[in-house]
Design a binder for this molecule. Structure first.
Ligand code: ADP
Ligand code: ADP
Length: 232
């Protein structure tokens, strides 16, 4: 089954003449172990789509299935568990807690849930993101690229069904951006992670398996390419 199924998702902002249909009926299947890029002009609905799919925002209508659950039909407790266990999110602005170390930030979703990390998996995630010697650093002692790698590790640590990333390289120089893309790619290739990433950068999209284009709140085009052709 797909990791996520989105059906006729709709969301509007404002009323009357000021109404904007941010999502005007989006349907999409996200296959397990696939790295998908969502592209499109500014205002085409990319962020709204990510937030509605990750249960950070409510759509007006439609369905978002993550695994076997439709998120808008979940009660509060089930939704909290879904956000914590099934969904990872990477923000453009990192969103780390400034008073916590890198390690504490990465483990935060687990500590909030009162869970102990699987140390083997934690070690793997840390090696994947290359943060072995930065675990005791606070965010302000890390570069932007390192902070985003902490944020990616935080998104991966609970082994979520799906990771959503909203412009994860938007605040990074191209070298740090490539590092973050490389580790999202490796999480897909080595661990079968499912990743959906918003980007406006064609070079970033080149790391993915599939590109979905949005315009005016609709899917207007889709490109899927075999791994072999994934070159810049
Ligand atoms: P993108 O991420 O592709 O730039 P967004 O999802 O941010 O697009 O926005 C889609 C449309 O919804 C835009 O027209 C935007 O102005 C509008 N929009 C987004 N968020 C809000 C909001 N909180 N209030 C009013 N309009 C909004
Ligand atoms: P490795 O872990 O072997 O060093 P990389 O992190 O460099 O691998 O790349 C991981 C995956 O991303 C590989 O499958 C590679 O083909 C692909 N890849 C590497 N660089 C690019 C690029 N510039 N554009 C698109 N895909 C790339």
């Amino acid at each position: 089954p797909p990791a996520a199924r989105i059906r006729d998702l709709r969301k509007s902002y404002g009323k009357g003449a000021a109404r904007v249909d941010a999502l005007a009926g989006v349907s999409l299947d996200i296959e397990e172990g696939e790295f998908t890029a969502v592209m499109g002009p500014s205002g085409s609905g990319k962020s709204t789509l990510m937030h509605c799919c990750a249960a950070l925002d409510h759509a007006d209508s439609g369905e978002v299935w993550i695994g076997n659950s439709e998120i808008m039909r979940l009660g509060d407790d089930a939704l909290t568990r879904m956000r914590r266990d099934e969904i990872g999110f990477v923000f453009q602005s990192f969103n780390l807690v400034p008073t916590l170390t890198a390690e504490e930030n990465i483990l935060l979703p687990l500590s909030i849930a009162g869970r102990k990390p699987d140390r083997r998996w934690f070690g793997k995630v840390i090696r994947t993101v290359g943060l072995e010697d930065r675990l005791g650093h606070k965010p302000n002692q890390l570069s932007g690229g390192q902070q985003q790698r902490v944020a990616v590790a935080r998104a991966l640590v609970s082994r979520p069904t799906i990771v959503f990333a909203d412009e994860p390289t938007g605040n990074l120089d191209s070298r740090s951006g490539a590092e973050v893309l490389g580790l999202l790619r490796r999480s897909v290739d080595d661990h079968g992670q499912t990743v959906v990433m918003v980007t406006h950068d064609a070079a970033a999209a080149a790391w993915t398996d599939r590109v979905v284009f949005l315009a005016d709140g609709r899917v207007v085009e889709e490109i899927r390419r075999p791994t072999r052709e994934r070159v810049l």
